[in-house]
Write a protein that binds this ligand. Sequence first.
Ligand code: ZN
Length: 360
Amino acid sequence: MSADRINLLRTKVFDKSKWMQLPRDVVIGHGVIEQLPAICEDLDLGDSVLIISGDQTKDVAGKRVEALLSGSYDTTIFTTSGTDYLDTIKKAEAASAEVGFVIGVGGGRVIDTAKIASYNTDRHFISVPTAASHDGIASSRASVPTADGNVSLSAEPPIAVVADTEIIASAPHRLLASGCADIMANCTAVLDWELAHRLRGEQLSEYALTLSRMTAEILFKNADLIKPHSEESAWIVTKALVSSGVAMSIAGSSRPGSGGEHKFSHALDKLAPGKGLHGEKCGIGAIITMYLHGGDWEGIRDSLRKIGAPTTPAEIGIDDETAVEALLAARTIRPERFTILDMGLTQESARELVKMLYRE
Ligand SMILES: [Zn+2]
């Protein structure tokens, strides 16, 4: 009897599957906020809309969005004021349940609130960022501050992103520089991902990884063009933030844009609450982790300087000992996410690394 007549092994079936959620309409450019009525009509999301905006961003753009839509929709404005963030999310959620769809008009906090409230109430959400301060404007990830520091939650990406470069260019330059630093840090996030793949067999998406790395490289190449209150700069950084969000959507996780430098940033959120912006802390972390990876850490530092982002803890009001502590504590944040900071860092080496940041 020939061996192939003994059917002990079942024929293997191809069983891979993947579900990617991406924004459907992405509109970036000068004055594009005026396109919102057409975009809403095209998406056919319902007759009533909740516009979530911030205390200041309401005056910058929230009220304008309301005026643009009030002719065709029942509009309600929800302002995310107050310090109790979880309470704000709950209230926003209750308001979302009463409408057909949600628009978030504001900075990171507003966009995250809109993302979580719409996700929990099963509504679609349109992202209208007033600043290009982090890659959450187009991604499925939302960051929520809790007693244990910031937690990154998986929600849904916005169904549309409407990024008006005129509005974004008028936001404080510090926000744009921080968003830019957040993307530049993708170059170390992908090195950590490759490391985890080689050492731990972690699944790697080459498409997501390549897109994320390329996005960072474009920003390094264009660092000279990133200037305060220039619409060209807002254009470059916003496109990069969207592209980075898409990389995360392809990967189905924040891995392409979040490695050791992000864990360092989250550790600082806990150890020095309120000091420095998210992207600023990630940029500083990326200098250190790039050094550990044996890459061009000086190149990252020089690019951050060029765009006006901080490169030392002192520049964001954090003392060096706290930065050392954060480097050591990084491994306790999302311990399942393996990075270069998990590889034998000691107190002495962490001190040397922080000292290195001040080298000329
Ligand atoms: Zn980030």
